[in-house]
Design a protein around this ligand. Structure first.
Ligand code: ATP
Length: 237
């Protein structure tokens, strides 16, 4: 078994007095494609926030790239190689597509085949067509492509996508799934949150299911398909 690139254990996180996570656990190995599943409000985004240093855990541990990053600020964790595509996309509204892509680009970890503008434009030709447009003038799908492209331009070891296709038209959603299939073929490690189980069953190696702030199930796509009762109870599908 490959060693974990990201390992989240017994994670507990609070918003003020309200505890949101009571023992979340997720592991992503090098080159693995992993999902975080669960109904609304079960703690998926909070888990990602704690893994990326946006929130400080009250208990448990987050290890990334061999370091205990549980108490690290988010900019330091990002430097270790986590690229986050957040739920709200957060593209810079007053920068052009081109400027958004290059603003935070780096290859600090010395990736041998780094992501370049050309590579991102090849992945998303629409971004090249819109290179001079401001972030605020893009459609939801274009913003998501830009958010993914911007994260890739930081040459992450792990790409995290929170709600990868939420609110997107079916055609655009298909483009995002195609992009993720391409990224999988490059052996990039991916942790993804999305409600569309179908494409995730095809793409992902391992799934984790959160319920009320706890990881209650994990396993492969075939075993998720077999766990029909659990799927119905915890995911409502
Ligand atoms: P969704 O699919 O709706 O995004 P989720 O599984 O990502 O849900 P979280 O957003 O992590 O769930 O929420 C977990 C719990 O934490 C919920 O009870 C939610 O109400 C609470 N929570 C989330 N964000 C905040 C916040 N900023 N302040 C207070 N409570 C919050």
């Amino acid at each position: 078994m490959k060693p974990a690139l990201l390992q989240i254990q017994d994670l507990e996180v609070c918003y003020g007095d309200a505890q949101a996570l009571f023992g979340a656990a997720v592991s992503v190995a090098e080159g693995e494609f992993v999902t975080l599943l669960g109904r609304n409000g079960m703690g998926k985004t909070t888990t990602v926030r704690a893994a990326t240093g946006i929130m400080r855990p009250r208990g448990g541990r987050v290890h990334f790239a061999g370091q205990d990053v549980s108490r690290w600020p988010s900019y330091q964790i990002a430097r270790l190689g986590i690229g986050l595509v957040p739920e709200q996309r957060q593209v810079f509204p007053n920068l052009t597509v081109y400027e958004n892509l290059v603003a935070t680009a780096h290859n600090r970890l010395g990736a041998r085949e780094p992501w370049t503008l050309e590579r991102v434009y090849k992945l998303f030709p629409r971004l090249q067509e819109r290179a001079g447009n401001l972030g605020c003038n893009l459609s939801g799908g274009e913003q998501q492509m830009l958010a993914i492209g911007r994260a890739l331009m930081t040459n992450p070891r792990l790409l995290i996508l929170d709600e990868a296709t939420e609110g997107l038209a079916p055609l655009v959603r298909g483009e995002i799934w195609d992009c993720l299939q391409t990224l999988k073929s490059t052996q990039l490690s991916v942790l993804i949150i999305d409600k569309n189980i179908g494409p995730l069953l095809r793409l992902a190696d391992t799934h984790y299911v959160l319920e009320k702030g706890r990881t209650v199930w994990s396993g492969s796509s075939p075993s998720l398909l077999d766990a029909k009762e659990m799927m119905k109870e915890t995911l409502g599908v």
